[in-house]
Design a protein around this ligand. Structure first.
Ligand code: URP
Ligand code: ZN
Ligand code: ZN
Length: 470
């Protein structure tokens, strides 16, 4: 098949080109009308992409599909969340496998795959969350790396549940470093947050609007500094996930600028809601506050501007979502017990391309090529998927998105996403995902999910050394 008439995004701007697909792969990207090289069959069928940008399928390095919580709640499921992903132009996600107490990590990953396989419609990889740093557990890390799970997440936040002490975090980083893997850190200081939360509750402030005060900005700033210092001591490649403050970004920027040949890679990730939704939501009524309950919380808008500038200049290399969607009805029911009981998370996996285009690319705050880099190539490369995903390149999976940059309309959540709980519903946007292919098969046609779906597959990932393109 030849996808013709569209423009690919290059460092020099949008350029007319044809993308040639055979089976599950891209076999050539040529000038308009040109055939692939003599050794390849000319494309027999054509698809008209006139007026659209032709992008690689986007890669979201941070999602929580169907995540079970204590008490029987579960975030929006694998089928529903992956439907929103495909409709929004994301063909690959990397989700988190969370262990049960005492569970061997290989069993956790196997259990998570059982939940995803047969349900998920986009391709997926898994990070493993580490909450137990018993030496026996840490010795399992190399086996996970060999099975294609080379990224782990540790928490400095959530005291009494997921939080690791400094000593535990150091032990985890040493183990991850020895396994040539990468650690993702949720960097908020769990002690500070717990103290702030207790003070709020002791003084009768348990309504949802108080949630952000239990997550002080400085708690993130200090935790990011600590995570970087510990990673540098352990020689552990580090990704600070869901950066939400300008101060935290400054620590990431400094670590990257001052990096020497022997110091580990430090990466920063920003999520859509921390760029484009702000703390005003917490004082816009009970339901608006509930919809915005996530951790780290939404911040005043100046932080979003600083983070967007960081994305544009290269201080931040991944634009993700932390998609973890709960229906507003579930948040409302939980809120009766006070804000600490409310499940944390927002849904954005279907919104990432359109909203970042509408609010950053279209107004000239983010170059279109950089937008494609942070949504597609860089997450793929950093997650160990750079050989297959994130680029329109010879031999890559034929994950292709047609994006109309001129379409203007009001946003409605995709698929089964909950309108009442959405941070995004009803906003005017510019840009629409019209057609999507996953490994050569069309999965979205004219904005609608195709009835025949190939289904997503588990992706075993291998990190490449930073010198080779990470
Ligand atoms: O509020 C959030 N972010 N929920 C998902 C879990 C996490 O910490 O990433
Ligand atoms: Zn987190
Ligand atoms: Zn998360």
């Amino acid at each position: 098949m030849r996808i013709q008439g569209g423009k690919i995004l290059t460092a020099d701007g949008p350029v007319p080109a044809d993308v040639h697909v055979a089976g599950e792969n891209i076999v050539a990207v040529t000038a308009p009308g040109q055939d692939p090289s003599a050794s390849q069959e000319p494309s027999r069928t054509t698809f008209d992409a006139t007026g659209r940008w032709v992008l690689p399928g986007a890669v979201d390095a941070h999602t929580h599909f169907g995540m079970p919580l204590a008490g029987g709640l579960r975030s929006l499921g694998w089928r529903e969340s992956s439907t929103a992903a495909l409709l929004g132009g994301t063909t690959t996600v990397v989700d988190f496998a969370n262990p049960l107490p005492g569970e061997p990590l290989l069993d956790t990953v196997a259990r998570w795959r059982t939940m995803a396989d047969g349900r998920i419609l986009c391709d997926y990889g898994l990070h493993a969350t580490i909450t137990d740093t018993d030496p026996a557990r840490l010795r399992e890390i190399p086996a996970l790396v060999r099975q294609g799970v080379p990224t782990f997440k540790g928490f400095l936040a959530y005291k009494g549940r997921l939080m690791l002490t400094t000593a535990q975090m150091s032990a985890l980083m040493t183990a991850v470093s020895h396994a040539e893997a990468m650690l993702l850190v949720h960097a908020e200081d769990g002690e500070s947050n717990a103290a702030a939360e207790q003070l709020l509750l002791d003084t009768g402030r348990s309504a949802p609007r108080w949630h952000p005060l239990a997550h002080p900005e400085d708690s993130e700033v200090q935790a990011v500094a600590q995570a970087i210092a510990l990673a540098q001591t352990a020689g552990c490649p580090l990704l600070i996930v869901h950066l939400s403050t300008a101060g935290a970004l400054a620590h990431v920027r400094r670590a990257r600028q001052e990096r020497t040949g022997s110091s580990p890679l430090v990466l920063g990730e920003v999520c859509l809601h921390h760029l484009f939704a702000d703390a005003g939501r917490y004082v816009a009524g009970h339901e608006a506050a509930l919809a915005a309950i996530c951790s780290p919380p939404l911040r005043p808008a100046n932080h979003g501007s600083a983070l967007l500038a960081g994305l544009a200049t290269g201080d931040i290399e991944l634009l993700s979502t932390d998609h973890c969607e709960f229906a507003l009805s579930d948040k409302l029911a939980a809120a009766v017990g006070g804000f600490p009981r409310v499940p944390n998370g927002c849904g954005s996996v279907g919104e990432r391309l359109v909203f970042s285009h509408a609010l950053a690319v279209a107004p000239g705050r983010l170059d279109p090529f950089r937008w494609q880099e942070v949504c597609c190539r860089l997450p793929a490369a950093h997650m160990g998927l750079g050989e297959r995903k994130g680029r329109l390149a010879l031999g890559h999976d034929a994950d292709v998105v047609l994006f109309d940059p001129d379409a203007e309309y009001r946003w409605e959540p995709l698929g089964a996403s909950d309108r009442a709980g959405s941070l995004w519903a009803g906003q005017p946007v510019k840009g629409r995902v019209t057609d999507v292919w996953l490994r050569g098969q069309q999965v979205v046609a004219d904005g609608q999910l195709c009835p025949r779906q190939p289904g997503g597959t588990f992706l075993a990932r291998t990190l490449s050394p930073p010198a080779e393109g990470r």
